[in-house]
Design a protein around this ligand. Structure first.
Ligand code: G1P
Ligand code: ZN
Length: 550
């Protein structure tokens, strides 16, 4: 495109969309909603107004490749030019994984980036789309900013755009539109270089090429395919074909790009089959979540965070030591035990990656994670699926032990925190809120009451005061602590697109070496009973059992 093809910058009337309140990770709605006239534009202009002035600034742009990704990118480019940006970095083909976008923002000192993704939600014309803004630190906008963006969406009357023919997104190179330079960049290189600078690629290459170690990475037809192929197959020498479902598709091949035992079934079959692989991993739609498996062995994400923390000194990037760790409140307390032994601080934050940002920026923590398959570190400001996989491979390469042995030894040393999450999806929103309201009203009376034979020792409504900016966050879940070392958390999801999702998190500590190998639901059966009786889940949701158990 040439400047001549660009017509006048124009102001277009828009309307307020009252449903554009960003959740924990941006705005997620059905594609059909985003296709309404002015819907995407309204949100994007609200972002630009909030970070104004945009004149002279640099913006990163990319997404997970799902349906509507390319169309949205063209719209956003025209708006960014009209709003005065002078430099836009766009991932080739419109692709940037969430961690790669964070990396590119930081490396290029952009003022921020727009990432198009609905994470692990399905994609396609009738499925979900999403958008979020990450700031100059590469991380999700903090609550103050998302609130300001939302307020803008309500009061804005016009958006700015230009008339321009579509940009060629598949060709690397630079185009100039009016004052703005648009670089179509390789979406993988910067990220792959960062990974290579952090891990012991020599030892990992040896592991993958010189013995009989077999690995499979399931990209689930989502964004991480090209990243995994470049790093695992090309740079680390894993045999071609080690990455399966490696081509990003707009509908993720009809699958649900969520890396768990149910949705990553192809991978699970390889790790639990007759001739099981040694190591398996998967990541989600936008590449920030991870699931890691050993031979017939599942690693709970809460344990993963604890084990990575305990062994961080074996990784080149963390060899000098780590400053501290953080976990989201519902995540099990396994990492707390490691932090205590290492004498480093451990922070408990509300759910959502954005709460780690201030702690990372202030140098208070190095590693952090959530039970929902999110793990990361201060190398970027997002959780990072492939990073977690490489961390594990690096550990296996230097410890020369299989996954199961590393985990079991960890439990022997620190004890085991059994953990499960029960989700009741798409329940009636009023009923779910009423359940939480009634439950909160009675928490003061719960301590010392006995349910299903277990005494409650304390209960509270979790609140968080950010140690850095002192901002306060409430409505983040209700916690119950039990006499047997157990904990139950009730919380409503902030990312669902239909009704309400009730999440019940259950964890219990076990130190007895003879009781470290129980089946998780079995080990937590008492707590499961307590959860039901104390909150009246059946009564309020009308459900006999959870829809999803992880
Ligand atoms: C879920 C997870 C949460 C994660 C978020 C974004 O949010 O539980 O840990 O940060 O997705 O990936 P929720 O639906 O529970 O609000
Ligand atoms: Zn994600």
């Amino acid at each position: 495109m040439t400047t001549e093809q660009v017509k006048q910058s124009k102001q277009i009337k828009t309307q307020a969309f009252t449903d554009q309140k960003p959740g924990t990770s941006g705005l997620r709605k059905k594609v059909t909603q985003f296709q309404q006239t002015g819907y995407l534009e309204n949100f994007v202009q609200a972002v630009f107004n909030t970070i104004a002035p945009c004149t002279g600034k640099k913006l990163v742009l990319g997404g997970d490749g799902r349906f509507y990704n390319r169309e949205a990118i063209q719209v956003i480019i025209c708006m960014a030019v009209a709003n005065g940006f002078t430099h836009i970095l766009v991932g080739q083909g419109g692709i940037l994984s969430t961690p790669a976008a964070s990396c590119v923002i930081r490396k290029n000192q952009a003022c921020g980036g727009i990432i198009l993704s609905a994470s692990h939600n399905p994609g396609g014309p009738d499925e979900d789309f999403g958008i979020k803004f990450n700031g100059e630190n590469g991380g999700p906008a903090p609550e103050k900013l998302t609130e300001a963006i939302f307020q803008q969406t309500l009061s804005m009357e016009q958006y700015l755009s230009i008339d321009a023919t579509d940009i060629e997104l598949d060709q690397l190179g630079t185009v100039q539109i009016a004052q703005c330079k648009i670089d179509i960049i390789d979406p993988v290189n910067d990220y792959a270089d960062l990974m290579e600078s952090m891990f012991d690629f020599t030892a990992m290459k040896r592991l993958l090429t010189q013995g009989d170690f077999r690995l499979c990475f399931d990209a689930m037809h989502a964004v991480n395919g090209p990243y995994a192929k470049e790093i695992l197959e090309k740079r680390l020498g894993a045999p071609a074909g080690s990455v399966i479902n490696g081509v990003p598709l707009t509908d993720f091949g009809g699958g649900h790009p969520d890396p768990n035992l149910v949705h990553a079934h192809e991978l699970v079959a390889l790790l639990y089959g007759d001739d099981p692989f040694d190591f398996g991993a998967a990541s989600d739609g936008d590449g920030d979540r991870n699931m890691v498996l050993g031979k017939q062995f599942y690693i709970n994400p809460c344990d993963s965070l604890a084990i990575l923390t305990a062994n961080a000194n074996l990784i080149p990037a963390y060899a000098e030591g780590i400053a501290g760790v953080a976990r989201s409140m519902p995540t099990s307390r396994a990492v707390d035990r490691v932090a205590k032994a290492m004498n480093i601080p451990c922070y408990e934050t509300p759910t959502g990656w954005k709460f780690f940002g201030n702690l990372l920026d202030a140098g208070k923590i190095t590693l952090c994670g959530e039970e929902s398959f999110g793990t990361g570190s201060d190398h970027i400001r997002e959780k990072d699926g492939l990073w977690a996989v490489l961390f594990w491979l690096n550990l296996i390469a230097v410890k020369k032990q299989p996954v199961s042995e590393i985990v079991k030894n960890h439990w022997l040393q620190y004890g085991r925190d059994y953990f499960t999450r029960h989700d009741y999806e798409a329940v009636d929103s009023d009923n779910a809120h009423e359940m939480i309201r009634q439950f909160k009203a009675k928490i003061a009376d719960l301590p010392s009451q006995v349910f299903a034979g277990v005494k409650i020792t304390s209960a509270d409504d979790f609140q968080y005061i950010d140690p850095v900016d002192k901002s306060k966050t409430t409505e983040q879940g209700v916690r119950l602590y039990l006499e047997n070392g157990g904990r139950i958390v009730f919380r409503l999801s902030g990312t669902g697109t239909q009704g309400a999702t009730l999440r019940v998190y259950l964890d219990c500590y076990q130190q007895d070496p003879a009781l470290l190998a129980q089946e998780t639901q079995q080990a937590l059966s008492k707590l499961i009973q307590v959860a039901e009786t104390v909150a009246g889940i059946k009564q309020f949701t009308g459900r006999e059992k959870p829809d999803v158990i992880t």
